[in-house]
Design a protein around this ligand. Sequence first.
Ligand code: KIV
Length: 272
Amino acid sequence: MSTAKKQYKRITVKSLHEMKQNGEKIAMLTAYDYTMAKIVDHAGIDIILVGDSASNVMAGHETTLPITLDQMIYHAASVVRAIERCLVVVDLPFGTYQGNSRRALESAIRIMKETGGHSVKLEGGSEISESISRILTAGIPVMGHLGLTPQSIYKFGTYTVRAKEEEEAKKLKEDALLLQKLGCFALVLEKVPAKLAKEVADSLYIPVIGIGAGVDVDGQVLVMHDMLGMTHEFNPRFLRRYLNLYDEMTGAFKNYILDVKSKDFPNENEQY
Ligand code: KIV
């Protein structure tokens, strides 16, 4: 059964705002390659995020910091070649927008020109407002990202829930309003108390997409490899696994190895 209230031929920034107004939740997943993007787009996802989590799940780095703009462009271009309906958001990687709004604009323009993606996402609030404003002047839609911002992991020191204390919650609420005022079309809120996330979503007209932020926001995002159960060392409370692909794939690989070693594969019908 579909819970979508209106059929959208293509998801745009405008349709996401309509969804919020109509109370239709927005479904977002990460993808980093052509094949996965094709499947998830055909399944009806609203937004694909080409996240810098590619640094972890695709490249095996411990943090999101090492991934480069060129590497993000490679992933995003592969995703864009696959999709027909969803909106594609591409993360600007660490070091390509902080503290230098000209550099931020150049990075965002490269993403738009070289990938065909539809928008960019940046982590942070008031401290990156100049970069956001400059990107927006070029007509490039920007998604914000507050709460746990993994590019600042060495400032936080841990990946635990953010904004539990009054002072940090206040700053987050101010930043959320600022991002909306600057012109961001949507906002990701990562790993913050559900009550705070609801308060933020209720106070904004732009959609708030949560990850570990409870149900009372305007949509949800998960990292594809986590929700498919391809990773099993990462077990945050917010993660719901829809498959256990790690075990299923391991089984398939073991069967293949056995078949090759026992000369069961290929059989007569599988050769020329
Ligand atoms: O890079 C990413 O996958 C993200 C999501 C966790 C929101 O930013």
